[in-house]
Design a protein around this ligand. Structure first.
Ligand SMILES: O=P(O)(O)OC[C@@H](O)[C@@H](O)c1c[nH]c2ccccc12
Length: 272
């Protein structure tokens, strides 16, 4: 399913998007497939990280997940296979790749995007690709109908936001705070302001990630944003339960189910 269709469907239901992030291949290909199936049950969009040896935007939790996946033999080619398999079970949940640019560069931009199209990957997020360097990838993504999702940080000036929303598609990813991925106790206060700033320049959905780790955070951000993205708090469950796969999967499923509830609150607020 395309990302645009998903947001349309959510709007009709009066819900915001819950987007879960998970590293493909963590702690093994098979377990990650099973975990992602559980995640797909309750998520509107799923972000799958292609593990990379030098993930500069990631905190320790996701760094460790990348290492676990790489040690277990995960590769970009297997990541495409993972999406294909998931699409057999959950075709209505758009899958988005989170990948650093080296992986795309090595395969070749066109080959990478063509494979995304064939595997049914709806979009890609490339955190280390600045907008100024994104022209060719942008064109190729348009040609194949794959969304190219860009990040906006609280430190991004308005002039740059204007450039980003021109090229971005699917949704705009607002980074709640400066820094790297990882759980945080509180939702950063600059997150809402950044969402409002981006919304001045675009009608694209705006979703927020970085540090969102509880249902309360999801509820809070969904008052202003179109969706919430949770990564590290889910990946942490893997790390804590490496010796008990069934417990790990159950905890992931229960947690994701609870987080999704936070995106339905807005409707209740509106009605009352
Ligand atoms: O882990 P957090 O703090 O919940 O943030 C989401 C994040 O994991 C996911 O979107 C992501 C994982 N790696 C990234 C690198 C850059 C930007 C975003 C990401």
């Amino acid at each position: 399913m395309r990302i645009e269709e998903k947001f349309k469907e959510l709007k009709e239901k009066g819900e915001k998007a819950f987007i879960a992030f998970y590293v493909g291949g963590d702690p093994s290909y098979e377990v990650s497939l099973e975990a992602l199936k559980r995640i797909c049950k309750y998520s509107d969009i799923v972000e799958i990280g292609i593990p990379f040896s030098d993930p500069v935007a990631d905190g320790l939790t996701i760094q460790k997940a990348d290492i676990r996946a790489l040690n277990a033999g995960m590769t970009p080619i297997k990541a495409f296979k993972l999406v294909e398999e998931l699409n057999k079970f959950y075709p209505d949940v758009p899958k988005v790749f989170l990948t650093y640019y080296n992986i795309i560069f090595k395969m070749g931009e066109e080959e990478f995007v063509k494979r995304c199209k064939e595997a049914g990957v709806a979009g890609i997020i490339v955190p280390d690709l600045p907008i100024e360097e994104a022209n060719s990838l942008h064109e190729i993504c348009e040609k194949y109908g794959v969304s190219l999702i860009f990040l906006v940080a609280p430190t991004t000036p308005d002039e740059r936001i204007k450039k980003i929303v021109e090229k971005g598609s699917g949704f705009i990813y607002v980074v709640s705070t400066t820094g790297i991925t990882g759980e945080r106790e509180k939702l950063a206060k600059e997150a809402k302001e950044t969402v409002e700033r981006v919304k001045r320049y675009t009608d694209l959905p705006v979703c927020v990630g970085f540090g969102i780790s509880k249902k309360e955070h999801v509820e809070e951000i969904c008052k202003v944003a179109d969706g919430a993205i949770v990564g590290s708090a889910i990946v942490k469950i893997v790390e804590k339960n490496l010796n008990d796969k069934e417990k790990m999967l159950k905890e992931i499923e229960d947690f994701v189910k609870e987080l999704k509830e936070g995106t339905k609150k807005k409707l209740l607020n509106k009605v009352s």
